[in-house]
Ligand binder design. Structure first.
Ligand SMILES: [Zn+2]
Ligand SMILES: [Zn+2]
Length: 168
């Protein structure tokens, strides 16, 4: 989606509302396609005391696999998209400012960066997900296996040994 911001930059318009759905279904991140559904971006570009700002919210469903059991996880997310837009850079270190060439802003490029930044570092199907058995690979949320109890027993034994060595 290409936004023509000339009128806002020239002060002919105070603001330009936007409400659109962007397609990031082909955006791959860590082997997943987390943004299968359209990302809705609602907000506006407005000028205030000569500063042009983009303020919007991206609404989307983030889809991935649970970190522990690999089940499908989908999370409803709303992230703020806020940037100060400029038509020319004054200094090289103004990385916060987004350069808009010829008053035209490719909204997709801007939103894509913010989407990647917003990706949650932890994704669990539920807080107490029990994951897969490291031994036989069974999903411990839905099934149980014999190897699990052995594992726990041996862990407890190690703990016991640690406690005893602490005391010595
Ligand atoms: Zn899980
Ligand atoms: Zn097992």
């Amino acid at each position: 989606m290409l936004l023509d911001l000339k009128q806002v930059f020239l002060g002919e318009k105070k603001s330009l509302p936007m409400d659109c759905a962007l397609d990031f279904s082909q955006l791959e991140y860590q082997g997943n396609y987390p943004f299968i559904d359209p990302v809705r971006v609602q907000g506006e570009v407005s000028a205030e005391s000569g500063i042009v700002k983009l303020k919007a919210t991206a609404h989307f469903v983030y889809q991935c696999a649970c970190d522990r059991c690999l089940d499908a996880v989908s999370r409803q997310m709303n992230i703020p998209i806020e940037h100060v837009l400029v038509t020319s850079h004054n200094s090289d270190d103004d990385t916060e400012l987004k350069l808009v060439k010829h008053f035209k802003l490719v909204l997709d490029d801007l939103v894509r960066e913010d989407l990647i930044i917003s990706v949650p570092s932890k994704n669990l199907c539920r807080d107490d997900c029990r994951g897969l058995c490291p031994n036989c690979g069974i999903n411990l949320n839905t099934q149980s296996c014999a190897c699990q109890s052995d594992k726990i027993d041996s862990r407890f034994k190690i703990l016991e040994q640690l406690k005893q060595s602490d005391l010595q």
